[in-house]
Ligand binder design. Structure first.
Ligand code: BES
Ligand code: MN
Ligand code: ZN
Length: 494
């Protein structure tokens, strides 16, 4: 169920709704909106704080019921922590806890005054945008194969108070981004028997029917054979699901010929490892190995919905990596579209093999900048954990742009070196290069591999192995790095 959002005036404290959502500082007491609310209901908030029934501790949520004097008889009071420490990160924490507390229960509609709080180093437009994004994020529930039970209903309508002059535009942009993130998560969460290469292709085709200036083209095995995509086709050979190369074009620039930004996303719909089979534990999580591709669909949908004045092309090689009698094997030498030969030393290093042909193909669009996004290496997760995307590029300018976009929208990346010194790890006597390096710096040698197919084009690689999903049964796809990429593209509009 999609969250409906409506803007309201901050002076409208007494709206007819299921609950009011206001903040209280740990050291400074009630926020202005909370104070207004307190006055209207005869000091009930002050009394709750005095009795220690409520607290200003950051993220603490208290529900006050049966209040008299307000149209909505409920107030949800959320702790803001110390006033001087309410920065971007803490504000997001406050929103997250407030949203989570409303995920189930009788409150279907809330009027929130959290977007009017002053946030360190951020403006009111950012606060409004993040309010919408965080609520959409934390109220999302996967239900494609497990419909929501009647007992699991919760908030589905958010009224946000804001003083931002351009609030409607901010709202539309935030909702477009929120929807792009949700699309990415939904595709990631779908099981691999449903979210096949065909399913991803159909979803991309649907976007073309729903969005203006949007076209989708899908290349089939025969097309890829003609193009000589021996690396991608090598990986695909073990699967009963034929591979698809999805090409989405959003033509938003006033000048139709304006050079495009190109995004390429790894779309392995399930990664068993192939003949170099992965261990069984947590192998189910390899359904998320298409999250780079899903992010590309999410970004394309978001920028089209925003009507961003840029040309953006998304390329998603969608392939399943399976062991089979026809599967490719360690020792095989594949010839990529670029003509380079690749010795396969491990069939589990399949992402780079489908990406190298997709990158070679994408060069035809003469991109201004090309960014690939991939759940590429366990090594990246070892290096950076689950918080930062790994960023690798030769161009400092692109690195700075992407790092800044990530910091701004709080979807952060961290740069790893891509020095010439690392490239020799891919040397082999049997082909132009091997598909794995040694045991060191696995995230970097994977990027070195990709870079051999990009040449001197403006290019960056985002390894999202640690960030694309949260582990475990309660986890799920995060929708990252859709926000980073959309922010980066928004920042490219002059
Ligand atoms: N999809 C995996 C990477 C991965 C593993 C992402 C675990 C998230 C969690 C990728 O295809 C892979 O298997 N990479 C290998 C590369 C190795 C064989 C050089 C890896 O990281 O172990
Ligand atoms: Mn693999
Ligand atoms: Zn993989």
């Amino acid at each position: 169920m999609k969250l409906a959002v409506q803007l309201i005036d901050p002076t409208e404290i007494d709206v007819a709704t299921d609950a009011l959502l206001v903040g209280v500082y740990e050291d400074f007491g009630l926020s202005p909106a909370a104070a207004a609310c307190d006055r209207a209901c005869g000091g009930a908030l002050t009394r709750a704080l005095e009795r220690k029934d409520a607290s200003g501790r950051i993220g603490a949520v208290t529900r006050l019921l049966g209040l008299v004097g307000l149209h909505s008889s409920r107030v949800v009071l959320v702790g803001l922590g110390e006033k001087s420490r309410l920065d971007a990160a803490n504000y997001l924490k406050v929103l997250a806890e407030a949203a989570k507390s409303l995920k189930v229960g009788p409150i279907r509609q809330v009027a929130s005054h959290l977007a009017t709080l002053p946030i360190k180093d951020r403006d009111a437009a950012w606060a409004l945008s993040q309010h919408i994004l965080q609520f959409s994020r934390h109220l999302y529930r996967y239900q494609a194969t497990r419909p929501r039970k009647a007992t699991e209903v919760g908030l589905d309508r958010l009224l946000v108070a804001t003083m931002v002059a351009s609030a409607t535009a901010v709202q539309a942009t935030a909702m477009a981004l929120a929807d792009g993130i949700t699309l990415c998560r939904e595709l990631g969460n779908l099981p691999p028997n449903i979210c096949t290469p065909q399913y991803l292709a159909d979803t991309a085709r649907r976007l073309a029917t729903e969005l203006p200036r949007f076209t989708t083209e899908v290349l089939e095995s025969a097309d890829m054979e003609q193009l000589g995509m021996g690396a991608l086709l090598g990986v695909a050979r073990g699967s009963a699901h034929p591979p698809k190369l999805i090409v989405m074009k959003y033509q938003g620039a006033a000048d139709g010929d304006a050079v495009p930004y190109v995004l390429v996303g790894k779309g392995i719909t399930f990664d068993t490892g192939g003949i170099s089979l992965k261990p069984g534990a947590a192998m189910d999580e390899m359904k998320y190995d298409m999250c780079g591709g899903a992010a590309v669909l999410g970004v394309l949908q978001a920028v089209a919905q925003m009507a961003l004045p840029l040309n953006v092309i998304g390329v998603v090689p969608a392939v399943e990596n399976m062991p089979d009698g026809a599967a490719y094997r360690p020792g095989d030498v594949l010839t990529a579209m670029s003509g380079q030969t690749i010795e396969v030393l491990n069939t589990d290093a399949e992402g780079r093999l489908i990406l190298c042909d997709a990158l070679s193909y994408a060069k035809r669009f003469k991109p201004r900048t090309m960014v690939d996004i991939a759940t590429l290496t366990g090594a990246c997760m070892v290096a950076l954990g689950k918080h930062a995307h790994g960023l690798m590029t030769h161009q400092d300018k692109i690195a700075d742009e992407l790092l800044a976009a990530g910091a701004k929208i709080h979807d952060r990346a961290w740069r790893l070196p891509l020095w010439e010194d690392y490239y020799s790890a891919l040397n082999t006597d049997f082909a132009d290069l091997a598909n794995i390096g040694g045991k060191h710096a696995g995230a970097i040698t994977a990027a070195c591999f990709l870079s051999r197919f990009v040449g001197d084009l403006n290019w960056a690689h985002l390894d999202i192995a640690g960030t694309a999903w949260d582990e475990g049964r309660k986890g799920g796809a995060t929708g990252r790095p859709v926000a980073l990429l959309v922010q980066w593209l928004q920042d490219r509009v002059v």
